[in-house]
Design a protein around this ligand. Sequence first.
Ligand code: GBH
Length: 517
Amino acid sequence: MYTRTLLCLLPLICLNGVLSKGRVRKFPPNFLFGASTAAYQIEGGWNEDGKGQSIWDVATHQRPTPIKDGSTGDIAADSYHMYKRDVAMMAELGLDFYRFSISWPRILPNGFADKVNQAGVDYYLNLIEEMEKRNITPFATMYHWDLPQNLQKLGGWTNPHIIDWFADYAKILFDRIGPKVKLWITINEPKQICYEGYGSDAKAPFLNATGIAEYLCAKNVLLAHAKAYRLYNEHYKKIQNGSVGISISCTWYEAASDSNDDFHAAEDARMFDWGQFAHPIFSKAGDFPEQVRRNVASKSAEQGFPRSRLPKLSTKDVATIKGTSDFFGVNTYTTKLAYRDASLDGMYAVPSYMDDMSAVLVKDPTWPQSQSSWLQEVPWGFTKVLKEIKKLYNNPPVYVTENGWSSDGGLLDDDRISYLRHYLGALLDAYSEGCDIRGYTAWSLMDNFEWKSGYTEKFGLYEVDFSSPDRTRTPRKSAFVYKEVIRSRKMDPNYEPNYVVETVEHGTKDDDDNDVF
Ligand code: GBH
């Protein structure tokens, strides 16, 4: 007591004390805050009102199940019925925008554009209308992984015809939903679609044809994105006046040592992970990054393939893809260390994407660990991702379209609060170094179906009670912290909400629409 009083007589030290967790920092004027979800992860209503089956409906119904807890997204958070509650939550948080995705097979049950399911279109129009009442801007993603099964039968993203199928789907969205949407994302995370879905078995359709399928997919995804972008630009932009972009998952890979080899391992890892998709769209030269073209070509030759397993982008393809994004949507969560180790030759299958990259990727055990094995809190890696995008791609406008933390549940989520504060601080660091960052999106508005992990990893600002028939939603402590950031347009690391778990639980259980804020 005595010591503290004494120290506070010295203004400088006293100030240091007050700022022990860092200083209050302001967000730039016009900076936007949002939260994100994806259709399959929250909607449920998997076979209602004419919806067709997606590759995730098929995957989760497979026996034996590929899903960790044997669960499905049949009901999920039931947002197909609970969307009014979802919008009330957005309003409680004070969100500027909400990023959601549209289910392709809900709009086009067979994947093709011959038959439009009006009930599916109406669901999204109703959601948007509800958001309009609360002044929340819709930020719509056309594709977040729930491919119509009918198209998967034909090879899905490995079939070049999907470029037209996707553009047909985009046209229907622009025609029917476009008048209400000013912010579009064509595709969420091409690398995860291609590598996790086709190159490995981490995501549906579990094709697991590495070294081949992810590269076929990459070319098709890029051309499909570009075709949708150009369609909007040529036929809709003048009337609808919106922006169209793409969301790319960008993990930071840091060299494990200052050796030259590790420097190149980290660079190759970044180029394989996100440069593969960012370069063709955002770089001045276009095309796949040199590191990716070179590595896959030389490995393919060594392995006796008559040509590179990475399909060529023709001069026309390069021109078609280049410049097709009004902003860079960055999904980013974590950082890994990368190194080279020749003695580990043979640790990866041949041929494979990982062998082509030839980097060893590891976690640092000292970094805080979330409930998801791959996700650790490394805020400086976030700053580095944003600065690298500025450097490589001439400082494009950036929306951080996903960022968040997983826990194993519970309402008192101080680990998520710490992550949120540190990542917002890291974002402001990048901003102060000149990065053109326009907005931030928390993943996720609420707990949801975390793909192969089922319901075992909770990312929500709101907890969802998956055992209750009405899927009761309750704000976690982090929701109040985020709400204060949005209200004040400041990040105050010392802000502590007055959060009492019992009261909150009681309040929302009694009345669904109870505004607990
Ligand atoms: C996002 O992807 C998705 O868009 C979203 O649907 C999802 O719910 C959210 O993240 C949370 O997972 O280190 O080899 O184990 C995040 C993309 C997924 C990329 C996990 C890295 C780990 C690969 N990340 N992945 S590995």
